[in-house]
Design a protein around this ligand. Structure first.
Ligand SMILES: Cc1ncc(COP(=O)(O)O)c(C=O)c1O
Length: 384
């Protein structure tokens, strides 16, 4: 049989991050500053809750929406942190990470040919998943605006087919974040055109220099927002695969329909652990955040000293320095650095063509590894 795979899937590019890291596999003594994953193990109290739930025999399905205990915990968490009110009954869904949340919301809202605005550089899944859902991603280049979407660029990107926008902040891969005023300016345009804002705030708890503003807390915007968040980054729980989506009832109901046929529910052990994270994980979040911030200071200073210019990121655990002065493309730079000094970083183009001339460095690595990696990068720069 020819054409075993659909045209849509055949045309889809594999993730630039994974493609690059296939090169790293099998190489010895590589320091990887590539993958966006905390180097911390999940705090013990959270792991213990998962183990204990197994001991108690919690091994079955949960409600499609997720464990009520976890939804209630999230309701309380959002209320106390942002004064944000989502009903655990019908405005909330527990998902397999934010990844599933992104997929579900796009599939729930897109009619064929609808457009979704994606400011770039951006997290790798937004464009391909929009296309899989039958939509058209409209990329807007933020590189000349400090990696932030401006109201002018947003207005310009909108036309009659625009259904929504995916706004992620703090941003993977640049680490920049938006202040409340900036979000309000974008929010006005979103409201004016009746768009849906899919807000990926998975790094919200990892904001260093100012308070994180949750998008649905902005005046009038809750009804237009699907808020996505999860436990992967701030609680160092990437492997547990727990996220959540909050939003207008009809969208959450649509997402839940897809989720119930494709996933059924998030594994109960992971949900039990996540529920505990909300109760006892706060201290660990703060400790990890302090450590990331310390590393951020160190990495930014060192990179700027060696001429790899970058601003201090305001959140997440990435820096996005320019490598333009080397004359190499971001892929050439990353491949050469890997080959000659065994340091893995991600070429900026993995996050959109507009990010040519940049690389992403993750500082979710131990201070020791970062020190050694930066020495190697400095030596590499000296040889160019
Ligand atoms: C911006 C952003 N959104 C979503 C995800 C996926 O997160 P999860 O592990 O919750 O699926 C990532 C992971 O790197 C990310 O950087």
């Amino acid at each position: 049989m020819n054409n075993k795979v659909s045209k849509k899937v055949e045309q889809m590019q594999p993730s630039g991050i994974r493609a690059f890291f296939d090169l790293v596999l099998g190489m010895k003594e590589v320091i990887s500053l590539g993958v966006g994953e905390p180097d911390f193990v999940t705090p013990w109290v959270i792991r213990e809750a998962g183990i204990y739930s197994l001991e108690q025999g919690f091994t079955g399905y949960t409600s499609n929406k997720g464990l009520y205990k976890l939804r209630l915990g999230l309701h309380r968490y959002l209320k106390s942190k942002y004064n944000l009110h989502y009903s655990p009954d019908d405005e909330m869904l527990i998902t397999v990470g934010v990844s599933e949340g992104v997929d579900l919301v796009l599939r729930a809202i897109i009619n064929p040919g609808d457009k979704i605005i994606v400011p770039q550089p951006s997290y790798v899944s937004y464009g391909p998943v929009t296309e899989l859902a039958g939509g058209i991603p409209v990329y807007t280049d933020t590189t000349k605006d400090g990696f932030k979407l401006t109201p002018e660029k947003l207005e310009k990107a909108i036309d009659k087919k625009t259904k929504g926008i995916i706004l992620n902040y703090p941003v993977n891969p640049t680490g920049v974040s938006y202040r409340k005023k900036e979000l309000e300016a974008l929010g006005k345009i979103i409201l004016k055109h009746g768009l849906i804002c899919i807000c990926d705030e998975v790094y919200g708890d990892l904001t260093y220099d100012f308070e994180h503003t949750a998008f649905p807390t902005l005046a009038g915007l809750k009804k237009n927002t699907v808020y996505l968040n999860g436990f992967s980054k701030s609680f160092a729980m990437t492997g547990w695969r727990v996220g959540f989506a909050c939003g207008p009832k009809e969208i959450i109901a649509g997402m839940t329909k897809i989720h119930q046929y494709t996933i059924m529910c998030v594994p109960i052990t992971a949900q039990m652990a996540a529920a505990e994270a909300l109760v006892s994980g706060k201290k660990s979040i703060e400790e990890m955040k302090r450590e990331y911030s310390r590393r951020r200071e160190f990495v930014v200073e060192e990179l700027n000293l060696m001429g790899l210019l970058c601003n201090k990121p305001q959140g997440a655990f990435y820096v996005f320095p320019s490598i333009k002065k080397t004359g190499l493309s971001s892929l050439e730079f990353s491949q050469k650095l890997l080959k000659e000094e065994k340091v893995a970083v991600v070429p900026g183009t993995a996050f959109g063509q507009c990010a040519e001339g940049f690389i992403r460095i993750s500082y979710a690595s131990s201070m020791e590894s970062l020190k050694e990696a930066l020495l190697r990068i400095e030596r590499f720069m000296g040889k160019l």
